[in-house]
Design a protein around this ligand. Sequence first.
Ligand code: CMP
Length: 142
Amino acid sequence: MLTLAIIKPDALEARNAGKILAHLEQEGFVVRAARLLKLTTAQAEAFYEVHRARPFYRSLVTFMTSGPVLALALERDDAVAHLRDVIGATDPAEAKPGTIRQRYGRSKEQNAIHASDSPDTAAREVAFFFAGGELRDLSPPR
Ligand code: CMP
């Protein structure tokens, strides 16, 4: 099963991308595709369309376009639920010890990493960044 993660601009700026990727691999996720890109405003707006009415939407779009992001298509058994466990709560101050957001997040907005919240969302979000032919087949998780 696939899910989408985005290592956010705050984590790249802090040079934490390698540590986050190591954490994900340690948890059994296999990288099927990766892209380092700077989102346009239109792309960030479309990606977070579901949050358009929320008070934090404009600020979120500004943050997500403030620097490059690293989009990752990740594979693992029960990938969606497991990745959400591994990243922790939205607010790093509330995330469990040892989770990625607790370790590397700065604030509720600048929280280091995004993960898809359901299998349907994962399919849509993986397709947002990657064409089917861009998914590489590595050996299965060990
Ligand atoms: P993410 O998992 O990418 O999904 C939506 C994002 O909006 C979230 O992580 C945070 O970066 C941001 N977000 C959610 N709630 C708030 C909030 N109350 N204030 C600011 N940003 C938020």
